[in-house]
Design a protein around this ligand. Structure first.
Ligand SMILES: [Zn+2]
Length: 292
């Protein structure tokens, strides 16, 4: 796949990953303003759900960078009572996309008791690894993701993400994830815990004119010797293609496929993630029938 056909990651959003020299912490920071703007523009999300969606995108991107870079990570948040779904999808090349699916007229997702967060990691060979947590009363995307990390991944982590809105405009978005590594000593842990008290809500930092992933990293690791081991661009992007759109139709019953093929006109199908429209010639569905 030629990624340049899909998205130039020139958004200016960056992700940085650092390790402290004492082996105590792995810290990942991200600026995701353009990424969230792009993904949100492709979905019809406004108000509170736009904030929840932005936060889920940022948390997913941060989580992907805690692991091997070739992993793809998808997070699916289902509202309490099964009402509504938010999806964040982070590709190894930095492309990030998402879906907002809410009941008609709804502008927010209930992240309280009964809401579910499912996180899936796909390895290059297609092997899938997934975990799920049920959220508690009064949960947010941030606290839900933290409990996922604790319960499912069993890694002590501190996560904070922010999506700052002005009306329906995304002013800024970003966040950080600090992981405690097995070598962490009592001293550094106490220092970091005290420091992160001031960074539980980072909307003010993220909305600041000078906000950057590098700047936030320096703030979090001030006075702690560390090495930046990764700096990568991220941005809104979709990896849909005509072939993928056709493959998605393979789930239809054969009778429905045959009916579609009767139509002499090309089928108009658009990608749910980015809205790109594909004209599929009915004849190209023949292959799906013979393989089913
Ligand atoms: Zn697409």
């Amino acid at each position: 796949m030629n990624l340049e056909d899909h998205v130039p990651l020139s958004s200016g959003d960056l992700i940085q990953r650092a390790l402290t020299h004492d082996g105590a912490f792995r810290v990942i920071t991200a600026s995701t303003t353009q990424t969230v703007r792009g993904a949100l523009a492709a979905q019809a999300g406004q108000g509170e759900v736009a904030r929840q969606f932005g936060d889920l995108l940022t948390a997913t991107v941060l989580f992907r960078h805690t692991m091997a870079p070739e992993l793809r990570v998808q997070s699916v948040l289902r509202g309490a009572g099964g009402a509504g779904t938010l999806v964040a999808d982070s590709h190894p090349e930095g492309m990030t996309r998402g879906l907002i699916q809410l009941p008609q007229g709804a502008h927010t997702m209930d992240c309280g008791a009964g809401a579910l967060l499912r996180v899936m990691r796909t390895l290059p060979g297609g092997k899938l690894n997934q975990g799920v947590v049920e959220l508690d009363v009064g949960s947010s995307v941030t606290s839900g993701f933290m409990s996922y990390l604790q319960v499912s991944e069993q890694v002590d982590s501190m996560l904070a993400v922010a999506t700052v809105l002005h009306g329906d405009e995304v002013v800024a978005a970003g966040g950080y994830l600090v992981q405690l590594l097995p070598e962490v000593g009592r001293g550094p842990l106490m220092i970091m815990t005290a420091r992160l008290e001031d960074y539980q809500d980072i909307s003010r930092e993220v909305a600041g004119a000078q906000f950057s992933a590098a700047g936030l990293l320096e703030q979090l690791l001030d006075g702690m010797p560390h090495t930046v081991v990764e700096t990568s661009p991220i941005g809104f992007g979709c990896w849909c293609s005509e072939l993928r759109v056709i493959s998605a139709l393979a789930t239809l019953p054969a009778a429905d496929l045959r009916e579609l093929m009767q139509d002499p006109e090309p089928l108009q199908i658009s990608c749910d993630y980015c809205g790109k429209s594909y004209r599929i010639h009915p004849g190209s569905l023949q292959g799906l029938l013979s393989s089913s």
